[in-house]
Write a protein that binds this ligand. Structure first.
Ligand code: HEC
Ligand code: HEC
Length: 585
């Protein structure tokens, strides 16, 4: 500053001072942001118009979460008057920043009915955020002005940090809710409720693409630091230093691939020499490649479920001389082995989920790989694209602790194949087939010892057709069901499996805890099962032979050409050296 006292530098100095004053306006602005940032009248008005157009059917005109579409949505649309927001950069219990609101509106909340809004302009999203703040008086209170917690980026993950994170995960009680392997099956999981008394699931940390607040390491770190207001998910900002939170983040990130679930559309049935023995369990499937398929809600027919808790099933298949066997695995926070289930059990309309009319497609909200919200049924019209979710589900009386009573509905699974090998590309209707194109169901109520075979000609006509052909075993371990179903390749009923053949296959999963039964279920579209021929004729042997043969001939040819050219050149060189030089030039 002393230089400013010398006259010749006065101009530069003035510029410098101006610069300083410009620089200091930045802090001034943030000082202004220290007061509540409520936007202008015009911004709030514009936000209101947009809100009534896009948001009120779920969140209600008064923002109380009581829109006409809300009663059947799980999780319920947020009561925006509560001032409780899950995804924030601010401390536990605090309000979100304006930017937090903008981000969550823009990205939506994956695996819930809260859509992403990619088509609104930045200004529109910001106006919406300003309008949302009018619902809760807390935003206007100067004492509540949200201050983000420090969320510096962390060191790169190492094997050591993952190991340390695993230990800290256990020591700090994450395991109580999220389970040892992170599958959302901790001992407390079935009893959790949110601040509004609705049952809520601990997230499945082994499927990070389902996280509401995004799946990146930064997102996980933020969630753990700030907690999720309105839910039992605590904040660990105070309890754990940043390095430890990063280590836990690394552990969680190690539980599932960063680029999403990696969905397939084909399961390859591999031949095994030994006769398939159900008692050997999953071990027999070691050689068979796993294929993961997205599960979406059944929303075409009454019994609708928009966000089934099971979001994917992993399938492996093997066959021996006589039989084919499928191993199906999926995550479930608790095994319901009591009660009953069946593909045709009725679902009272009160329990049915309604389509959220007017909502735009929930786009891929945050780094999810496969996009289960894409219409999985090809040409079928879908009212609202299902996104699958890990969310809580309905209970007749949500206030009673659900774990305290035996489940009324058991967990169940079904494999569906056409009853006859379809001619051409025509596939039966994917909801239990149709009159012309019946399907065979291999249905396993997991409260029972044995699976049952059924034939479906549409939802109204699913008949038992048990020939005793089908056998199966089911085990539940640490948040995962493993179910094996085995049937003769050529059975009394249902399409035969032949080597080299593709057959359509689809899957359904019922979560008894969420009262799924009948047509209220998660299901997949049609995919294919390929019976890989027993002796895969190896193309390598003949290919190598041919290549060697060609090589020998080529070498001989090259040798001969060289020898001939060489002898000609020698002759030419000897006879007319000058001509050769001229040609070269
Ligand atoms: C189809 C129903 C639906 C529509 C339409 C909808 N929302 Fe939501 N919204 C939800 C649900 C459900 C949740 C709660 C999800 C949860 O708790 O995991 C939610 C949560 C929110 C939250 C809380 C986010 C947080 O961090 O907790 C905000 C803010 C929000 N919505 C804003 C909007 C705005 C703005 C619109 C319109 C542009 C909108 N929503 C449209 C269903 C909807
Ligand atoms: C008291 C039970 C409980 C404990 C303890 C707990 N969580 Fe959670 N956690 C939850 C619940 C419930 C949710 C899901 C909230 C929702 O669906 O909105 C959740 C969600 C999450 C999510 C996903 C957030 C998202 O964006 O969807 C992560 C990551 C997470 N927890 C990590 C942890 C870690 C790490 C710990 C331990 C340091 C921990 N949790 C301890 C109950 C718990």
């Amino acid at each position: 500053m002393t230089t400013c006292l010398t006259a010749p530098r006065a101009l530069g100095c003035l510029a410098g001072l101006l610069l300083i004053s410009v620089l200091t306006t930045a802090p001034t602005q943030s000082v202004r942001a220290q007061g509540p940032d409520l936007g202008t009248e015009a911004q709030r008005e514009s936000g209101k118009v947009l809100y009534l157009q896009y948001c009120s059917q779920c969140h209600g005109e008064k923002g109380d979460g009581e829109g006409y579409a809300s009663s059947h949505l799980r999780p319920r649309p947020r009561d925006l008057t509560s001032g409780k927001f899950k995804i924030r950069t601010t401390p536990n219990g605090a309000l979100p920043t304006h930017q937090d609101l903008v981000n969550i509106i823009r990205r939506g909340m994956p695996y819930t009915s809260m859509p992403a809004w990619p088509n609104l302009s930045d200004q529109e999203v910001s106006d919406l955020a300003y309008f949302i703040k009018t619902f809760s008086a807390d935003f206007a209170n100067a004492e509540n002005v949200p201050q983000p917690v420090p969320l510096e980026s962390g060191p790169n993950a190492t094997n050591e940090s993952v190991e340390l994170g695993k230990r800290l995960y256990e020591e700090n009680g994450c395991v109580k809710c999220h389970g040892t392997l992170g599958r959302g099956d901790g001992p407390s999981a079935p009893t959790l409720v949110d601040d509004w008394g609705h049952p809520i699931r601990a997230a499945d940390l082994a499927q990070r693409w389902t996280f509401r607040g995004g799946s990146s390491r930064e997102d996980i770190f933020r969630t753990m630091s700030t907690g999720l207001n309105g839910t039992p998910m605590p904040s660990f900002q105070e309890a754990l230093p940043a390095e430890q939170r990063w280590a836990i983040t690394d552990f969680i990130a190690s539980l599932s691939p960063a680029d999403g679930p990696g969905y397939e559309n084909l399961v390859v049935a591999r031949h095994v020499e030994e006769a398939i023995d159900l008692a050997k369990g999953a071990e027999s499937f070691a050689s068979a490649p796993p294929a993961r398929f997205p599960i979406v809600g059944q929303i075409m027919e009454p019994g609708r479920s928009f966000h089934p808790p099971v979001t994917g099933v992993t399938v492996q298949a093997i066959y021996d001389a006589d039989s084919i066997a499928l191993l199906l695995r999926w995550h479930d926070m608790s095994a319901e082995k009591t009660g009953t289930n069946g593909p045709t059990l009725p679902v009272p309309t009160e329990e049915e989920e309604e389509p959220a009319a007017g909502a735009v497609a929930p786009a891929d909200g945050g780094g999810s790989g496969g996009d289960p919200s894409a219409n999985p049924f090809g040409d079928q019209e879908i009212a609202e694209p299902p996104a699958g979710q890990v969310a809580a589900d309905p209970f007749a009386e949500p206030d009673t602790a659900p774990a305290s009573r035996p489940s009324e509905f058991s967990d169940a699974v079904a494999v569906q194949i056409p009853s006859q090998v379809p001619a051409g590309s025509r596939q039966p209707y994917f909801i239990y087939g149709d009159a012309q194109n019946p399907v065979d169901l291999w249905f396993f109520d997991l409260a029972r010892p044995d699976p049952l075979q059924m034939t479906g000609r549409g939802s109204e006509s699913v008949e038992p057709n048990d020939t005793g052909d089908l056998t199966g075993v089911a085990t539940y371990d640490q948040g995962e069901w493993s179910v094996i179903l085995k049937r003769p390749l050529r059975a009394t009923s249902g399409a035969a499996f032949a080597q080299g053949q593709f057959l359509p296959v689809a899957f359904s999963v019922w979560d008894g805890f969420s009262r799924e039964r009948g047509n209220r279920r998660g299901l997949t579209a049609w995919y294919s099962i390929y019976v890989e021929p027993e002796v895969v004729p190896s193309a390598v042997g003949p290919m190598v032979q041919t290549a060697l043969f060609i090589l020998v001939i080529e070498l001989a040819l090259i040798g001969w050409v060289r020898w001939r050219n060489g002898s000609r050149a020698r002759t030419e060189l000897g006879d007319e050296p000058s001509q050769l030089t001229a040609t070269r030039a």
